[in-house]
Ligand binder design. Structure first.
Ligand SMILES: [Fe+2]
Ligand SMILES: [Fe+2]
Length: 330
C-alpha cells in the first residue's frame, strides 16, 4: 500500500514501485525520438547554440518542419501575415520557443491513435496541453526565466501514462478503473494498488530519449512534496512546483482527462512556494481558459489520431466556446 502520511496525491520519492523492473523490460516497444528532435534537445542543452543551428537541423526533416510551421501559423502564435519558413519563424519566436515547440510536437507525434475507452488519447493530450499552458502562464506570472521550457515540462509531465498504455495496458486500465470507482486521484489509485508509478516510468523514458534534465525532473517529481528533499537542487524546485500547480488546476478545471478522478488536490504550499496566493489561482485559471483556445491548434498540428476535425475548436471539457479560430489551425 502507499504511504498514508503523504496524502492522496503524493508518493514517496524514494520508493521504487513493485513491478517497475518488469515494465522496464518492455520499453523496447516504445518508439525512439526522431533524430531531429534529439538534435534539437542537444541544442537546448548547449548554451552556445544559435538560431542558425536550429534552422539547419530542421532542414533535415521536412515533415516535422511542416508541422511546426502549421502550428506557428495558427492563432496560438498569431504572427501577422503568417510565416512560410523557419528563418522568419525564428525572427518572431526566438530560439527557445521554437526549440521547445519542436520537442513537444515530436513527442506528441510519437503516439498517434485514439487510445481506448478507459484512456482516450484525445482527452489525455487535452489534459497535457492544459497543464503545459497553465505551466507557462504560471511561469510568466512569477517571471520565471524560461516560460517556454515550463510549457514543455507541463506538456510532457504525464508521459509515463502513455508509455503504460503502450506496454502495460491492463495495468493502466486497472488503475483508471480503481480511480474512477473510488473517485480518487490516479496517483492514489496507483499507490493503493501498489502499481508502478507513471512518474517513475515517464522519467525513465525521458532519460532514454535524452530529454533535458529539467523535463526529466518535473516528470519524476510532479506528485512529490519536494519541500524538504535534499536530493533535488533548490534551483530545480520551482519548475516542479509550477507543473504540480498546473496539473492540479487542469484537473480542477476539467480540461481533458488523464485517469484522475480527484478534485486536483491543489495544496496551498504548492503555489505559496512560488510566491503566489489563492486569489492568483483564479486569475491564472481565467487566463488558461482563454489560452486553451490555442490547444486545438496544437492537437491539429501534431496530427495522427490525436486530433479530429472538431478538435481544432476550443476544448469542450471546460474551456469556453471557440470564436471559430480553429479553422485556421487545420
Ligand atoms: Fe501525473
Ligand atoms: Fe497530470
Amino acid at each position: 500500500m502507499g504511504n498514508p502520511k503523504l496524502g492522496p496525491h503524493l508518493r514517496n520519492e524514494a520508493q521504487i514501485p513493485k513491478g517497475f523492473n518488469q515494465l522496464l523490460e518492455k520499453l523496447h516497444d516504445i518508439p525512439t525520438l526522431p533524430i531531429v528532435a534529439t538534435k534539437v534537445t542537444e541544442l537546448i542543452n548547449n548554451p552556445n547554440s544559435s538560431s542558425a543551428d536550429i534552422a539547419n537541423v530542421l532542414k533535415k526533416d521536412q515533415v516535422l518542419t511542416a508541422k511546426v510551421l502549421k502550428l506557428i501559423n495558427s492563432p496560438y502564435y498569431g504572427i501577422p501575415g503568417g510565416v512560410t519558413d523557419v528563418k522568419r519563424a525564428l525572427a518572431f519566436l526566438g530560439f527557445n520557443t521554437l526549440a521547445q515547440l519542436v520537442l513537444g510536437l515530436s513527442v506528441f507525434s510519437l503516439f498517434p491513435g485514439e487510445g481506448s475507452e478507459e484512456f482516450p488519447m484525445l482527452d489525455f493530450w487535452r489534459h497535457a496541453l492544459a497543464t503545459g499552458v497553465a505551466s507557462e502562464v504560471i511561469a510568466k506570472k512569477i517571471k520565471h526565466p524560461k516560460p517556454e521550457e515550463c510549457f514543455t515540462c507541463g506538456l510532457l509531465h504525464d508521459i509515463g501514462k502513455i508509455v503504460m498504455h503502450q506496454v502495460a495496458r491492463e495495468t493502466l486500465f486497472t488503475i483508471v478503473r480503481h480511480a474512477r470507482k473510488n473517485q480518487i486521484s490516479f496517483t492514489q489509485a496507483e499507490s493503493e494498488l501498489d502499481a508502478p508509478s507513471h512518474a517513475f516510468l515517464g522519467e525513465h523514458i525521458a532519460a532514454k530519449w535524452g530529454l533535458p534534465q529539467v523535463i526529466r525532473t518535473t516528470i519524476r517529481y510532479h506528485h512529490v512534496d519536494v519541500r524538504n528533499s535534499e536530493t533535488i537542487l533548490p534551483s530545480a524546485k520551482p519548475s516542479i512546483y509550477i507543473v504540480a500547480v498546473a496539473n492540479a488546476l487542469a484537473i480542477e478545471m476539467k480540461i481533458g482527462h488523464s485517469g484522475d478522478y480527484s478534485d486536483g488536490g491543489l495544496q496551498p504550499y504548492m503555489y505559496e512556494m512560488l510566491g503566489l496566493q489563492a486569489s492568483d489561482m483564479e486569475t491564472i485559471q481565467n487566463i488558461v481558459r482563454e489560452e486553451m483556445r490555442r490547444a486545438g491548434a496544437f492537437l491539429s498540428a501534431a496530427g495522427g489520431g490525436a486530433a479530429r476535425e472538431d478538435d481544432t475548436k476550443a476544448d469542450s471539457n471546460g474551456a469556453p466556446p471557440s470564436r471559430g479560430e480553429g479553422s485556421t489551425a487545420a
